[in-house]
Write a protein that binds this ligand. Structure first.
Ligand code: NAP
Ligand code: ZN
Length: 346
């Protein structure tokens, strides 16, 4: 056991505060990572505030983690001390079936989340990246391309893979028209990765205030969803719509923007059930689907893709003690486009 320092939530309604805790002792297949940077995902806010009803306190959030390997177990082959390494949204998965090979491990019941969960031993809580170190099985750690800005790489571990996976699954590429709803942490990664895949990207944002950024990041078109004309002029336009919004929106209107056989994929997590009329789906054989992060294999593929195309997140680097203020700013969509905590300030 070793002590780690971080920030934790102790209750749904209280600000995060300094917290010291024990990390489990590393096993032969573990690496220890000296955390350097940790992104702030909107899911951290949902979980800290118990909006998904499963919060376990004290909770150390953070699942967009990059750092330097400081120790390796005797059986580790993929990493050595001094390597850059990353940890995303999960630190273990089903080991009793063959799904690891087929890229669906993150949809299996044995998934262990990086925080707000319990290690596979059933006793030790998992604590996330708002901290100075983490112990993780090497098979759940990612290699980070050396050419990318280190701090700006952290958000790839959740925001990056969450957009890359559906873009790949629904075959975004040349000739495909893709809309990204919400130009936030997830959305801006969707613009960058989708454009690098060769798809024609349209951003559907509440207003035009971030239009210049969106076009710079790779979008071809940018529309305001507050303008009713957007929904008439774009009717039947898209092969794929990736929705990163967690607020209540008019789902039937968005389904109307799909071409025949198009898919609207939910990535954001609205609080209430999604009301959809059958006639928003039936004419045009449209689909409403969801997608969650990606497997370790696909996450590594995404990082290598981003390394090749020089893609990182646009970030605002903050001190650890600015985290509560950062949460309020995320809620107001007042960040371009991801907060990243500098772990040296813990
Ligand atoms: P974020 O940075 O806050 O971005 C969300 C965007 O939604 C905002 O930038 C804003 O974009 C738009 N938005 C906010 N309020 C809105 C409203 N009232 N009406 C319409 N649009 C609104 O959050 P994020 O980190 O990207 O995460 C987004 C969601 O995805 C969260 O629910 C999170 O839990 C979820 N998530 C899911 C997965 C997964 O695997 N499926 C992974 C990570 C996160 P504009 O200003 O451009 O309108
Ligand atoms: Zn996340």
């Amino acid at each position: 056991m070793a002590f780690a320092r971080g920030y934790a939530a102790t209750d749904a309604s209280k600000p995060l505060e300094p917290f010291t805790f024990e990390r489990r002792a590393p096993n032969a297949d573990d690496i220890v990572i000296d955390i350097k940077y940790s992104g702030i995902c909107h899911s951290d806010i949902h979980q800290v505030r118990n909006e998904w009803g499963n919060a376990k306190y004290p909770m150390v959030p953070g699942h967009e983690i990059v750092g330097i390997v400081s120790a390796v177990g005797s059986g580790v082959t993929k990493f050595k001390v001094g390597d850059k390494a990353g940890v995303g949204c999960f630190v273990n998965s089903c080991t009793t079936c063959a799904t690891r090979d087929v890229d669906l491990e993150h949809y299996m019941p044995g998934l262990v989340q990086t925080y707000n969960d319990v290690e596979a031993d059933g006793t030790t809580p998992t604590y996330g990246g708002y901290s100075d170190s983490i112990v993780v099985k090497e098979g759940y750690a990612l290699s980070i391309p050396d050419n990318l800005d280190f701090a700006a790489t952290a958000p790839l571990l959740c925001a990056g893979i969450t957009l890359y996976s559906p873009l790949m699954h629904w075959k975004a590429g040349p000739g495909k028209k893709v809309a990204i709803v919400g130009m936030g942490g997830l959305g801006h990664m969707g613009v960058k990765i989708g454009a690098a895949l060769g798809a024609e990207i349209t951003v559907l944002s509440q207003s035009l205030s971030k239009k210049e950024d969106g076009l710079k990041l790779g979008a071809t078109h940018y529309y305001a969803t507050s303008d009713a004309e957007t929904f008439t002029s774009l009717a039947g336009s898209f092969d794929l719509i990736l929705c990163t919004v967690s607020a209540e929106i008019d789902w039937n209107a968005y389904l109307g923007l799909l071409k025949a056989d198009g898919a609207l994929v939910l990535l954001g997590v609205p609080e209430n059930p999604v009301p959809v009329h059958a006639f928003a789906l039936i004419p045009g054989r449209r689909s409403l689907a969801g997608s969650m992060i990606g497997s370790i294999k696909e996450t590594q593929e995404m990082l290598d893709f981003c390394g090749k195309h020089d893609i990182v997140s646009d970030i605002e680097l903050i001190r650890m003690d600015q985290v509560n203020e950062a949460y309020e700013r995320v809620l107001k969509s007042d960040v371009r486009y991801r907060f990243v905590i500098d772990a040296a300030t813990i």
